[in-house]
Ligand binder design. Structure first.
Ligand code: KIV
Length: 266
């Protein structure tokens, strides 16, 4: 299989074949996901998924770089995008570029992602003009959870629809190669997808996007607690692990494990 490039991702808009995307944070998971996916995102959702944080706001650049490196060790063919965490790009374009370059240089990933639309257009333009591919992220933006007063679904009012379409057009003009639309109602996602020539990647944004992404740990049922409506569970892996560990504990306690098959003799 050949490495999927940024150009391949952009070209997929015209073929109308939906892009398959998932999050990955570790080498073994990236190895499993890679053969099925066009894009693997080292998302800042790792703050909650891997570190038990309450939101993405405490995630650092070093955490993203370490997990980006881990995913790259899988030698993936998928296009690898690493999230820019909260506080590393919003202030000024020069700082955003410096941090994006650090992510690219230290991980060897193919692109960075940052949250924002029209408000981040100048920053996206600054970064992309210096040859770093950027994926934008509009609609529900988890890094704005405090400002927004929670995780609020977007695109219901005509004002919000107008703003979102404007956001999408702004990031496209600024040079983004694709845009994640999160937590946005179906008809609005469809309008956004039709309004721009770069692929839209939906998460809770309906089938009318050019691709779909989910947090892997949600779709395999590894996370306990609340999962959003859009996060379809394809397997309950937590229950499978529970069964295996129960079995192991039982065998250790009854001295059934380790038996001859798992024992060295001289
Ligand atoms: O951090 C993440 O996993 C993301 C996806 C939800 C798109 O940004």
């Amino acid at each position: 299989m050949k490495k999927i490039s940024i150009a391949d991702i952009k070209a997929q808009k015209n073929t109308k074949a939906p892009l398959v995307c998932l999050t990955a944070y570790t080498t073994p998971m990236a190895q499993i996901l890679d053969k099925h996916c066009d894009i693997l995102l080292v998302g800042d959702s790792l703050g909650m998924v891997m570190y038990g944080m309450e939101s993405t706001l405490g995630v650092t650049l070093d955490m993203m770089i370490n997990h980006g490196k881990a995913v790259m060790r899988a030698k993936p063919n998928a296009c690898i995008v690493v999230d820019m965490p909260y506080g590393t790009y919003e202030q000024i374009p020069e700082l955003a570029y410096k941090n994006a370059k650090r992510i690219m240089d230290e991980t060897g990933c193919n692109a960075v992602k940052l949250e924002g639309g029209q408000d981040m257009a100048a920053t996206i333009e600054y970064i992309t003009k210096r040859n770093i591919p950027v994926m934008a992220h509009i609609g529900l933006q988890p890094q704005s959870v405090v400002k927004d007063g929670g995780y609020k679904i977007k695109g219901r009012t005509s004002q919000e629809i107008y703003t979102l379409i404007n956001d999408a057009k702004s990031v496209e003009r600024a040079g983004a190669f694709s845009v994640v639309i999160e937590g946005t109602i179906e008809s609005t996602s469809q309008k956004i997808t039709n309004a721009i020539d770069i692929p839209t990647i939906g998460i809770g944004a309906s089938k009318y996007c050019d691709g779909q992404i989910l947090v892997t740990d949600d779709m395999i049922g590894l996370l306990s607690g609340h999962t959003p409506k859009f996060a379809k569970k394809y397997i309950n892996i937590a229950a499978e692990i529970d069964k295996a560990v129960q079995n192991y504990a039982e065998e250790v306690r009854t001295r059934k494990f380790p038996d001859e098959n798992y024992t060295y003799h001289k």
